[in-house]
Design a protein around this ligand. Structure first.
Ligand code: BG6
Ligand code: MG
Length: 223
């Protein structure tokens, strides 16, 4: 494990790490799944975290053995329908929807000269960061539309590190999804998982909630 003193920057997932939006993705996907006759379950809900829009739809269809039932055009219409519902749900986001402790954490990173970037699979990330009043903390936001492969592929976190011009060993990536932790690990960064440590068992560092994530707590774990 790297030493705390080597760390110079942080790469952030957004949904479920910075923004309290994972619940809205769940509501909108569940509504679509049930309309298609796919039974919702906790395992599916967890596996969808971090997965891009079309990848998520494909996982839902596979869950109901429906993967060959829809043309690409129909799938695009279903994904657009989910996104319309999701956009409705996030239209009222305000800075009070920043997850507990994250505003203070970002402030402490800024005050201590760390660089930050965003590695979110969401095409809605710039809109959400703006709504939450967080956009100015970040050197850059990776455009997920420009990726060859989404999480768990390392590409998005590699790109988030490149935005900061820092080496992987100088970076900590924060994630609430198992797919995202795999992406961070593949990019060679130190992975910090937020949520159930059993689900995020591959993370280098584990925190049960965003409220526990502070520079002091990270230093205590890294040494
Ligand atoms: C990830 C979420 O951050 O973004 C997923 O964890 C979501 O649940 C994905 O499907 C894509 O988001 P969007 O906003 O582009 O549909
Ligand atoms: Mg997430």
């Amino acid at each position: 494990m790297v030493k705390f003193s080597e760390i110079k920057g942080f790469t952030f997932d957004m949904d479920g790490v910075l923004a309290d939006t994972a619940k809205f993705h769940t509501v909108a996907w569940r509504q679509l799944a049930e309309k298609l006759g796919v039974t919702w379950n906790d395992d599916l809900q967890e596996r969808l975290k971090g997965i891009d829009r079309m990848g998520s739809l494909n996982m839902i269809l596979a869950e109901g053995n429906l993967e060959n039932q829809y043309s690409q055009e129909q799938k695009e219409a279903l994904a657009a329908e989910k996104n319309d519902n999701y956009r409705q749900l996030i239209s009222t986001l305000t800075p009070s929807d920043v997850l507990p402790g994250m505003q203070a954490f970002l402030d402490s990173l800024k005050a201590n000269g760390y660089l930050m970037s965003v590695a979110s699979a969401s095409k809605n990330a710039p809109f959400i960061l703006d709504k939450l009043g967080l956009a100015d903390y970040f050197v850059g936001v990776v455009d997920p539309a420009s990726l060859h492969a989404g999480k768990p592929d390392p590409e998005i976190f590699v790109r988030a590190g490149e935005l900061l011009k820092l080496a992987p060993e100088q970076l900590i990536g924060l994630e609430d999804s198992a797919a995202g932790i795999q992406s961070i690990n593949g990019a060679g960064q130190t992975s910090l998982g937020i949520g159930n440590p059993q689900v995020l068992s591959e993370a280098d560092l584990n925190f049960e909630s965003t409220a526990e994530v502070t520079l002091a707590a990270i230093q205590a774990k890294l040494g």
